[in-house]
Design a protein around this ligand. Structure first.
Ligand code: NAP
Length: 283
């Protein structure tokens, strides 16, 4: 068997086109969806990510501003700036790029963002909403993974999903989203005794670890859906995921590539959340 590819680039293009249409409709009502991004310090990867977020927003008709502050900015000043954005009616979404400099308490900064503007979905109120099924914002990466499953018409009801990784921004929210669709969910992590024994039972595997070749062909049930969240570098310095793509694609039924899989979907879902925030605030 050679797995069918779930093309994140193509699906992200479709989602961005939908965002463009909905944004135009909102603008026709006099609402101009706006995302405010804060970057503290000069981490090279964060500079690239925030630039993408601004460009993605502008390309779909949303507006975005990037505020840059020096690495020695005080936490009090950052909190004050977030609070000012919270009450600015022209700002619908607020994103503080992580990681923050070490002298800052990231969770405290995130908790200062108004839950109505928490488009990254990292606020404790967003986590609680996901847990209880209330309206909130879903973190962009697992939200994008769910959209990928939806795009292939995959019914999760009664299926066994194994999530590898338990971070607050990927693994845990991913598990909650799968559970909400009536999948039976197993969460694995670094202390899982026999990862392969778990994954071999899975109809769906989501790998969110950050290590190459965590999932190999012998660990996958024939026909399973494999979603690769990982972002690593191979020996040639090229971007690769957690999954041994060449091996696993011969066993799986569906597979996401890296690059061109979850990455572009994460970017697209930030646009969806920002638009959704503007729609809710103007309703
Ligand atoms: P993280 O916070 O470092 O979490 C990694 C998880 O993997 C932890 O739960 C850890 O277990 C588990 N783990 C480590 N080694 C393992 C092993 N050998 N077997 C099973 N589990 C193991 O990372 P993250 O922020 O969730 O990100 C995970 C990966 O996704 C990274 O490569 C990141 O770059 C990527 N990512 C991609 C996107 C995207 O848009 N494509 C977005 C976000 C993240 P413990 O909890 O026991 O330590």
């Amino acid at each position: 068997m050679t797995a069918q590819l779930i093309d994140g680039n193509a699906l992200a293009r479709t989602i961005r086109a939908e965002v463009t249409g909905r944004t135009q409709a909102l603008k026709a009502r006099g609402v101009h969806p706006h995302l405010s991004i804060i970057l503290v310090g000069d981490d090279p990867a964060s500079q690239v990510y925030t630039k993408h977020k601004v460009n993605d927003s502008n390309e779909t008709g949303l507006s975005a501003t990037l505020e840059r502050y020096p690495a020695d900015m005080s936490e009090a000043d950052l909190l004050a700036r977030v609070k000012a954005l919270n009450v600015d009616p022209k700002v619908h979404g607020i994103l503080v790029q992580l990681p923050l400099p070490r002298h800052m308490d990231s969770q405290k900064v995130i908790e200062t963002i108004s839950p109505e503007k928490d488009v990254d979905g990292f606020h404790i109120a967003s986590a609680g909403a996901l847990m209880t099924g209330a309206k909130g914002f879903w973190p962009c990466t697992p939200y994008g993974c769910m959209k990928m499953l939806e795009s292939i018409g995959y019914s999760l009801r009664g299926k066994h999903a194994v999530v590898i990784g338990r971070s607050n921004i990927v693994g845990k929210p991913m598990a909650m989203m799968l559970l909400a669709q009536s999948a039976t969910v197993t969460i694995c992590h670094s202390a899982t005794a026999d990862l392969g024994a778990m994954t071999r039972q899975a109809d769906v595997i989501v790998a969110a670890v950050g290590k190459r070749n965590v999932l190999t062909a012998d660990m996958v049930k024939p026909g399973a859906v494999v979603i690769d969240v990982g972002m690593n570098r191979n020996d040639e310095g090229k971007l690769c995921g957690d999954v041994d793509f060449e091996g696993v694609r011969e066993v799986a039924g569906w597979i996401t590539p890296v690059p061109g899989g979850v990455g572009p979907m994460t970017r697209a879902m930030l646009l969806v959340n920002t638009l959704e925030a503007a729609e809710r605030q103007s309703a």
